[in-house]
Structure formats: C-alpha cells, structure tokens
Write a protein that binds this ligand. Structure first.
Ligand code: NAP
Length: 492
C-alpha cells in the first residue's frame, strides 16, 4: 500500500538518521520520513544492552556538536545514558513524529527521478531522495560452529542479550574477545562461577582511566559551554594526534601503545601462560585499539580460563576445543561481531536501468566519499563504505556527511544528482592506495575488510574528511534540474 510521497525517505533512526533529520528541519525541510524496524530510536545503542556496554569514544566527543550534554556521568558513558541522550534529542527536536516504527525496508527502486521504498510490512513510500542510515554494525554474526544447534542451555549474541538468563553462579563460555567482549567479560567474570573466554586473536588493549565526572565538572560544562567545547577539542586532538598516527605506522607512538599494553598485562595477569596468550602478534592499530580498565583484571581472575586452542565443536553441554579439551557450560555468549560486508545486504537496491547494488558491489562496496555511488541517482549513504574510523568519533564524521548531503540536495533542487563514474573510480583508486599503507591492510582479515580491500574505513585524518565532505566538488556530479521528461526516460 502506498503510504505517501516524501522529499526524503531515511532508513534507520540511530545517530545518523536522527542527526540528518535535525539538520533537514533546520534547513526548513520537513517533508521526510524515517523508517525504523525497531520500536524506538537509537539504533545500535538500543540493541546492544549487554552488561558493561558503553562507548569507547569519550562522550563529549561521541555526541552531536550541536547538542552538547553537560550531564554525562562518565567520560566514557554507559549504554543507558547514551540511549537516553539520543531519545531526548529526538524528543526535544520533534523528530519522533517523522519516524515510522516497525518498518523493515526490504527494497528500494529508482525510476524516473524517484525512488520507491518497500517494507516487509507491505508498505511503499515514494520519494525524491533515498537515504540509508543503517550503520555498519547491524547484523550479528554467529559462526557456524559444528554442533551449534545441539547446545541445550541458553545461548545468544552479545547484541541480542537475553536479560532473562541469570549468569550468577553459572559456567559461562564467551566466544570472541573484540570490543563488545572486552566490555562484557569483566561483568560476567564478577558473577559467573567460572568463565571460559575463547580467544582466536588477542587485541591491543590500553587503560582509559575512567572515573565519574564530579558535580563541579558538570556545573562547569553547563555554565561555561566554551570550556566544554575546548574539552571536546582536546579529546578530538588525542585521537587525531596520538591514535591516528599509530594506524599510519608512527614508531614512537606505536611503541608507547605496545608498552602500555605490556604494563597492563603484567600488572593484572600473574599466570605466565595466560600472559603469553594475551600478546598480539600483529601490528598495533590493525584492528581497533581497545580501551579498558577492567579487561586484564578479569582475565587474571582465578575463575577465568583463557582458551586459545580453537573451537572444534559445540556439544549439548559445552564446547570441545581442537585439542580435545571439553569445557562444560550452562550458557554460551557469542561476542563474535557483525556481518559488515556486503553493505546494505538486506535491502535489494536497484538504480538506473534496474541495476542491482549487489552486482555493482560484487567485488566489495565502494562509494564516492562514502556517500554516493554512480548509477544510483539521489541515493545517499550515511556511515557508508570507507567512512568508519579507528581513532575518533563517528558522529564527528556523520556531521560532515550531513553537510555534504544538504549541499548536494540544494544544488539538485527538484531534479537528480549522481556522482560521475570517473570521479568515483579516481577517488577509489586514491582511497585504496592510501589504505594499503595503513595498519588495517597489514592483516588478512578483520571486519574492516572484504577480501583484500579495506571497505569500511576512511583513508585519512578526520580534518581531511570534514574538509572534503563539506566542500563538494560539484564537477564530480551530474545534475539534472528539474527532471525533464527526456531525462526521466534516460534515467529510468
Ligand atoms: P569484533 O571486534 O569483530 O570481534 C569479534 C570477536 O569474535 C573477535 O575476537 C573474533 O576473533 C571473534 N570471532 C569471530 N568469529 C570467530 C570464530 N569463528 N571463532 C572464534 N572467534 C571468532 O566484534 P565486536 O566486539 O562486536 O565489535 C565490533 C565493532 O563494534 C568494534 O570494532 C567497534 O567499532 C564497535 N563497538 C564499539 C564499541 C564502543 O565502545 N564504541 C563497543 C562494542 C563494539 P578474531 O579477532 O580472531 O577475528
């Protein structure tokens, strides 16, 4: 059933979709709808409720620059406060009335200067601009371990935490040691009778020295907003001038991270066998550098086993390793990450002439500055291919994407915009060339890569990202405004 005609249809009401909605309203554009499959806003911060869930980018930076929050309780806030921030943002800015909940987009088709967006619930939304704001870390991935179905106890993915399961006094197995696992393992270790952590490859983890903000600090942030801005700038500088150079291969800063990591392991893990297992054997920065004050303390506990022998199969009451050991478990937690490629895999997107996005990206996703791809006019992506970062706030980068989209929309008026194939190809050659020199390219696999290409991350610093996105080179795009009947035929 056709539900109406809009200037924009946005898919997803996380930080990306809501931030763009806010900017649209500020620009006087109210004619848009956000389709959201969940029953509330917040995206990843609604779904990930595992114990210990928090953001490893400091909250003053992991928040909109246009909606500062002087009330953060911690430097790195916990999931409930982040969700409450985004919910309040939506409410205070009257964004909820634009969101249609319980709508799972299954296809989007371009024709004659317009998009038709269809949902699994049987509804169709027509629009001039189709915007994906679905994020990169969206589809939980559970490896297909032999015997997985035979396990008789509760088992779930970290992003689908089953809060009805009490882990107190249980034998728990956690598979995976990535960013999510590093946050939940310390919490589980505190209450489980025994926790077995299945590690395939260790991470570079350093301390973050978190603490609650004092009342005075909160008061300062509220009463002196310029101080809060300065503070935010300082946090941005730490990522830009300390972590980003490490990813680029800076020797001294890389050695500092390795040194801090070694000190942390030594301080908290007394068992030499465990210590040896915790030392990564790949370049620092090749995977996300993790921040935790509690992970190594948890691994050092007597009730925690660090298993590195590899999983052979899952039994009805435990896990068997490749060396034949059997660990009995009451509960198994899969902290095994997300399917990040192909992008937009659950939406059948068809561009000009019915071209399939899946086919267009058969060798891995790419997009001009992460936002547009040729042959798909009037389609924009937020947090699209090659826009992720390993060192700073994705929200900082989303804000540049909002500006980029608004500027292209303004130029397009009632017609269409499409990035030129040659401009996109040249950009991708540049991006891949630069990416090949970074730490991310120095390992065989991670969620940043699809095959040999780094498909998820941006190749430069965030200032360059902001500058390039906020100053579009209009010659790199084809505009038709407003769309004529002749163009409509050609563009179909
Ligand atoms: P992840 O970093 O991809 O970690 C997945 C873990 O599962 C890794 O340890 C991986 O081992 C392991 N694994 C996957 N398949 C396996 C298999 N077949 N057998 C054994 N182990 C397997 O996923 P994540 O922890 O959910 O984090 C993903 C991203 O989400 C992060 O990089 C970050 O950007 C974001 N995140 C952010 C925060 C935050 O605080 N802002 C918190 C959570 C997540 P290998 O490393 O050997 O592949």
């Amino acid at each position: 059933m056709t539900q109406g005609q809009y200037k924009l249809v946005i898919v997803g009401s996380g930080f990306a979709g809501l931030g763009l909605a806010y900017k649209l309203k500020k620009a006087g554009i109210d004619d848009f709808i956000i389709l959201e499959k969940a029953d509330g806003v917040g995206g990843t911060w609604r779904h990930n409720t595992y114990p210990g869930a928090e953001c490893d980018i400091a909250s003053s930076l992991y928040s909109y620059s246009f909606a500062p929050n002087p009330g953060w309780d911690f430097k790195w806030s916990k999931q409930p406060q982040i969700l409450s921030y985004i919910e309040s943002f939506a409410e205070e800015n009257n964004l909820n009335c634009h969101v249609k909940f319980g709508q799972t987009v299954k296809s989007a088709k371009y024709s004659k200067g317009h998009w038709s967006v269809n949902t699994e619930e049987g509804e169709t939304y027509e629009c001039q601009f189709f915007v994906s704001a679905i994020g990169q870390l969206h589809h939980p991935s559970i490896p297909n371990f032999k015997g997985k179905e035979s396990f008789e106890g509760p088992n779930f993915h970290s992003a689908q935490w089953d809060h009805s399961v009490d882990l107190q006094g249980k034998n728990v197995g956690v598979i995976g040691v990535g960013a999510s696992a590093a946050q939940l393992i310390p919490e589980v270790a505190k209450i489980a009778k025994h926790l077995t952590v299945y590690q395939r490859s260790p991470n570079w983890i350093i301390n973050k020295h978190d603490r609650p903000y004092s009342r005075f600090e909160k008061w300062l942030a509220k009463k002196l907003p310029f101080m809060a801005k300065l503070y935010r700038g300082g946090l941005w500088c730490q990522g830009e001038f300390f972590i980003w150079p490490v990813i680029k291969g800076a020797k001294i800063r890389g050695a500092l991270v390795r040194g801090l990591n070694a000190l942390e392991i030594k301080a908290h893990v007394k068992d030499p066998e465990k210590r040896a297992k915790l030392k990564p054997n790949y370049p620092v920065g090749a995977k996300r550098i993790l921040l935790s004050d509690t992970y190594y303390k948890a691994i050092g506990r007597d009730n925690v086993t660090l298993e590195t022998d590899g999983i052979s199969r899952i039994e009805k009451d435990g896990i068997q390793t490749k060396t034949g050991k059997i660990h009995a478990h009451d509960v198994i937690v899969y902290a095994t990450g997300f399917y990040t490629n192909p992008f937009l895999k659950e939406i059948d997107v068809r561009g000009k002439g019915g071209a399939k996005l899946r086919e267009h990206w058969k060798d891995g996703a790419f997009a001009y500055l992460g936002v547009t791809t040729s042959g798909f006019p009037n389609m924009f992506m937020l947090y699209g291919p090659n826009t992720n970062t390993g060192h700073t706030s994705i929200i900082y980068k989303l804000e540049a994407q909002f500006e980029h989209i608004l500027k292209l929309m303004a130029k397009t008026a009632g017609g269409t915009v499409s990035v030129k194939e040659a401009a996109e190809a040249a950009y991708n050659i540049e991006a891949q060339d630069k990416l090949s020199k970074l730490a991310w390219a120095k390992i065989d696999a991670s969620w940043y890569k699809d095959g040999t290409r780094v498909t998820n991350n941006w190749h430069g610093g965030s200032t360059e990202f902001k500058r390039r996105l906020e100053n579009p080179i209009y010659e790199h795009f084809s505009f038709s405004h407003p769309i004529s009947d002749k163009d409509a035929v050609e563009q179909n």
